[in-house]
Ligand binder design. Structure first.
Ligand code: FDA
Length: 397
């Protein structure tokens, strides 16, 4: 270990130059703290860059605690209430970044996610934050001070912030660093799994549905008591689309997803009504008005009879209901961290202060962002958590 005099001293070292780490850095730097941000990747904010299809859904104007999963659902309330979407929007406007609401309060950059990374780096630069990429931490001692070894030499700090995110998209540089560190210190880590992730179907189901890949349908998708009014998308591996991604955070292996393919109407009543008005209409054509022609055709081949409405029996009606309202699907898994937007679970909130994100048992140690057991719904909530938790710690370090 390097001697104390050879170590570079900082007030704050942040491991992870993603959304949460950079927000923490610019907040702490703005308070006059000497801040170093380290990242092992070759550039900062890689997930910001790839987010929102390259346009970064940077917040959601409706974001509130009800949009988050955690073993303690009360935990995110404090940080979220002290850094609201409007505060981040003010920052976006200060930097003249054009943006728009896509739907459901989701705000996206008009141009590119690069605008958000530039904003964060400009703010960091303005307050003297030092950001180093290509810098893995090869040794870390939590203490007073905390000491870190890096290929560029040893550093020491009073406050150490872990902002290393979760496991999702390993090829972008994601690691379990934060989880491993927490475990090594005896801190609780809630079981982790891929979330906001497409689900996969078994080979038989895929054979039935594979040529529907690319078709999307408006649904209400239910999993474990939660429901989402959004589109599903058929894929070559199974199902995706916003409704499925949202439901995946609640879905448990071995459980079904229940997908209401007619979210605006009671289907059987609708068929009865149409039977009176247009008795010779074929069921496939009626279903096709909502399900697209391709899906209706396939449903008739697989599960429901393509008869004229006047010919449908009570038994046929039961089959239609079972195939559509809801359509019950049994995923055989998910696509995993390779494509997941986030990691569910993480550093247990019991170990942390909800106000400052500081670790109760280790003075001057903080966990922020996705590494913590707080996971947002799709639609800008995960970045809002990164900003809010980064800001909370940045005000305290
Ligand atoms: P983040 O993962 O952003 O940053 C962690 C940083 O730590 C990385 O820079 C990494 O290189 C670094 N690191 C990891 N291990 C390290 C180690 N051992 N040593 C040093 N550095 C290390 N959310 C949202 O709200 N709106 C959206 O539009 C999207 N879109 C989206 C698309 C895709 C494809 C993905 C994968 C994710 C999203 N998300 C999203 C989720 C969002 O990107 C995510 O919740 C935040 O980036 C989390 O921010 P963090 O700063 O906590 O981690």
């Amino acid at each position: 270990m390097a001697s104390p005099s050879s170590r570079k001293q900082y007030d704050v070292v942040i491991i992870g130059a993603g959304a949460a780490g950079l927000m923490c850095a610019l907040t702490a730097g703005g308070r006059g703290r000497r801040v170093l941000v380290l990242d092992h990747a070759n550039k900062v904010g890689k997930k910001i860059l790839m987010s929102g299809g390259g346009r970064c859904n940077f917040t959601n104007i409706h974001s509130g605690p009800e949009h988050f999963l955690s073993a303690n659902p009360h935990f995110p309330k404090s940080a979220l209430s002290r850094y609201t979407p409007w505060q981040f929007i003010a920052l976006v406007e200060k930097h003249g970044i054009p943006y728009h609401e896509k739907k459901l309060g989701q705000l996206f950059c008009d141009r590119s996610s690069k605008d958000i990374v530039r904003l964060l780096l400009d703010e960091c630069r303005a307050v003297g934050v030092e950001v180093r990429t290509h810098t893995p931490v090869t040794d870390l001692r939590v203490g007073t001070p905390h000491t870190l070894t890096t290929p560029q030499g040893p550093v020491a700090c009073k406050s150490l912030v872990v902002a290393t995110g979760g496991y999702s998209i390993p090829k972008m540089g994601a690691t379990g660093f934060g989880f491993d560190l927490a475990r090594s210190l005896g801190l609780p880590v809630e079981p982790t799994r891929a979330a906001l992730v497409p689900v996969t179907l078994d080979a038989r189901k895929l054979r039935q549905l594979k040529d529907l890949a690319g078709v999307s349908l408006d649904t209400v998708t239910h999993a474990q008591g939660s429901s989402f009014r959004e589109n599903i998308l058929f894929t070559h591996r199974g199902l995706s689309g916003p409704a499925i991604l949202q439901a995946s955070s609640y879905w448990q292996p071995g459980e079904p997803l229940e997908i209401d393919l007619f979210p605006d109407r009671a289907l059987v009543e609708h068929i009865e009504r149409m039977r009176r008005e247009r008795p010779r209409l074929r069921l496939k054509n009626l279903l096709g008005e909502q399900l697209t022609r391709r899906v209706a055709q396939r449903w008739c081949e697989l599960w429901v009879p393509d008869k004229r409405l006047e010919q449908l029996t009570g038994e046929d009606m039961d089959r239609v209901r079972q195939a559509c309202q809801p359509w019950t699907v049994w995923p055989d898994g998910t696509e995993g961290y390779r494509t997941a937007e986030v990691t569910l679970g993480g550093v247990g909130t019991d170990a942390l202060s909800s106000k400052t994100m500081a670790c109760r048992d280790y003075p001057g140690l903080y966990f922020i962002g996705e590494v913590v057991d707080v996971t947002g719904h799709l639609g800008g909530h995960n970045f809002q958590w990164a900003w809010a938790s980064g800001h909370a710690a940045g005000q305290h370090v």
